[in-house]
Write a protein that binds this ligand. Structure first.
Ligand code: GLN
Length: 306
């Protein structure tokens, strides 16, 4: 496995040159476009395999949408969550606003686009925004078996300053009564969760929890119900890779979620958790070398669930 991962990283690193770093925040531009790393946690043996830049920190960005979905479902139950956010792919970019107006029902299409994640974030329980954030980061610490997970304050400040599109989505949803409560507080929580730093190794462990039906494989602790875990994986398949989710399902065939920090969280039910980092992105916002790497891996190990 180790040799395979090293070969796949070496073969695909070059594709970082063909993409672009996310540029809406200066600190995301500091990443090295040719960084590429992968970590795999094998459920059967509990072993971790890795190659390339798998301990480089990057911000979780949209991958945090999986966490807010899991917490919203655990806190409110699926009926209450899916009254406020749908589960259909959009075929549109992750921060598109158009569907919020043209549909009959004004709720966002799914929890993996920005509008949908702002809604699931608003549903997370807690007495204060600090407590809500603590619950998000604590969930991630447990799901990655890494107590050192923390926020990148510089990215958080920039998310706040540059977050006008997210602000528009949120206030638009407030005007339609989809979003309730203090919009600025909800946005602040969303910006914070996007700014949490992880590594490919952290994502691989999170993927292993999802692969293991919500139980942390290293200590048997249940982090979410089987039902919540199943819903999260299903929506990752249909919507996790933005408007490239269909193509990804055909070519790779496993539940996955990407973020503009360059991360990919992937999970092969009952077999593997996979974490990838490659900050150079394609036009849709997915890691350009990461996509090729995971496609090659899926071909080599016959990972498609279909
Ligand atoms: N912080 C980014 C945003 O809200 C996250 C988007 C992403 O990773 N696709 O726009």
């Amino acid at each position: 496995m180790f040799n395979l991962l090293t070969t796949l990283v070496d073969n695909n690193r070059i594709y970082g040159k063909q993409g672009k770093l996310a540029s809406y925040i200066p600190s995301l531009l500091e990443a090295d476009p040719e960084h590429l790393g992968i970590c795999i946690v094998e459920l059967n043996s509990g072993r971790e395999f890795h190659a390339g830049d798998c301990d480089t920190k990057f911000t979780i960005q949209s991958i945090s949408k999986v966490v807010s979905l899991i917490l919203a479902l655990s806190d409110n139950g699926r009926e209450n969550v899916f009254k406020k956010v749908n589960v259909e792919p959009t075929g549109m970019g992750f921060n598109s606003i158009i569907n919020l107006e043209v549909r009959n029902k004004k709720i966002p299409y799914n929890p993996m686009i920005n509008a949908g994640a702002i809604v699931t974030t608003s549903l997370i329980y807690g007495q204060s925004k600090e407590e809500k954030f603590e619950r998000i980061i604590e969930f991630l610490r447990r799901a990655t078996n890494n107590q050192n997970i923390s926020i990148n304050e510089e990215v958080y400040e920039c998310e706040k300053i540059t977050g006008d599109r997210n602000r528009s989505l949120a206030y638009f949803m407030k005007s339609n009564k989809v979003l309730e409560g203090n919009v600025e507080e909800i946005l602040d929580l969303y910006f914070r969760q996007c700014s949490i730093e992880v590594t490919a190794r952290d994502l691989a462990r999170f993927g292993a929890v999802l692969a293991n039906d919500g139980l942390a494989p290293w200590n048997g602790q249940r982090l979410m119900s089987r039902d919540v875990c199943r819903i999260a994986k299903t929506i990752m398949v249909t919507c996790g890779m933005y408007d490239a989710s269909g193509e990804f399902a055909v070519k790779v065939g496993i539940p996955a979620k990407s973020g503009v920090g360059g991360g990919i969280l992937a999970t092969v039910p009952r077999s593997y958790g996979i974490g990838i980092y490659g900050p150079s992105l394609d036009k849709k916002g997915n890691s350009i070398a990461g996509l090729r790497l995971i496609k090659d891996l899926s071909d080599e190990l016959d990972l498609s669930i279909f």
